[in-house]
Each structure stands twice: as C-alpha cells, then as structure tokens.
Design a protein around this ligand. Structure first.
Ligand code: MG
Length: 194
C-alpha cells in the first residue's frame, strides 16, 4: 500500500519544517543562541556559526522534521479552536500533567544520544532564550508543543557539537581550526552519522 502512494520529497519536508518554525516565530539563529550558551564552556573556538550549522543539520533529520510538523500543527489547530474536547482545553491550557508534548520532542532527541537527552531535560526545566518566550502563556498564542520541540532541536545540536569536539581533539584540533562548513561530514553520535 505504502509503495503506491506518491511520496513527499525530503527537501519539501525540510523546507516545510523550517517554514513551520519561522511561521511560529522561531528562527534558526535563536535556536543556535541556546546551543552556543549550552556548549561554549566546553568547546574551544566555538562560534555561533558552528551552532547554526549544527541546528540546520539536526533539522535535516526526518525524525525531527516529523516531530516538528506534528507539534506545530497541533498548536495551530488549538489556536483555531479546532481540536475536540477535552483535548482542546488541555492543549490550550498547556496542562502540566499532559506530557505528550515532551514525549514527542523526546522521541527525536534519542537519535543524538545521552548528551542530547540530559541537555533536553535541562532546557525543559530551565527554559532558556526563545524557549522561555514561548513558554510565557499569556497573550502569546499556543506553544504547548513548540517550546519542547525547540528544546529538542537545541539539545540535539548541542550533542552534535560535544561529539564533534571529541573527534577534533583526536586530531589535535578545536572548533577554532575549522569553518562551520567543515563540521558536518564526519560527526558521529553514538553510531549515528549525522
Ligand atoms: Mg510544552
């Protein structure tokens, strides 16, 4: 059955994902700012450009794209009051015990290993940068899913950088020795080429 359905091209999904974030007021730069804050203490020579490259790379992962598209869709439907009761009220109120928003975001974090998981937990708790803005509930739209998804992207991008630093150390290099373009190809995260 699956083979008979026309498939959406990966590039179209990637573009739709970036567009969904921008539509909801989240730029790659703002996510990169969180990554920089998380990783600057541990990575010599790290620049915001390296962090932007890492965020863009994470957004190319299908796991992440699908999570973002689902979460943003639900936030937008909730804003239009198009969810059924009682889900409409639960998402609208961003109820503390709901947890499906965290679960969807956490699902895409696992791809990037334990550093991504612990960083996600930290961001979920401490709400840094744009995450804090999204979490402010009054008069700011519904971002029940988006705050967790942004934390997920930032956590994965942070983990990529941490693993890349180790690879660089083994070649007696730091981020100061490489341009952002050079960060992508060899980075390995616990068996996953990213
Ligand atoms: Mg949430």
């Amino acid at each position: 059955m699956d083979q008979l359905q026309p498939r959406v091209h990966s590039n179209a999904v990637y573009e739709a994902t970036k567009e969904a974030l921008l539509r909801r007021g989240v730029t790659i730069q703002e996510i990169a700012n969180i990554v920089f804050e998380m990783q600057i203490a541990y990575n010599i020579g790290l620049t915001i450009e390296h962090c932007i490259e890492s965020v863009e790379s994470v957004l190319k992962k299908r796991e992440m794209q699908h999570a973002i598209l689902v979460g943003v869709e639900l936030d937008e439907l909730a804003e239009k009051k198009m969810l059924s009761a009682p889900l409409q009220q639960i998402v609208e109120a961003d109820e503390g015990l709901f947890g499906v928003d965290e679960t969807i975001a956490l699902g895409s974090v696992f791809t990037y290993g334990s550093i991504a998981v612990t960083t996600f937990g930290h961001l979920d708790k401490n709400k840094i940068g744009i995450i804090k803005k999204l979490d402010t509930k009054i008069g700011n739209g519904i971002h029940t899913f988006l705050d967790d998804l942004v934390a997920s992207v930032a956590a994965c991008a942070s983990s990529r950088i941490a693993h890349r630093t180790r690879d660089l150390e083994e070649h007696n290099e730091t981020f100061a020795d490489i341009t952002p373009d050079e960060t992508a190809p060899e980075t390995k995260v616990e068996g996953t080429t990213t």
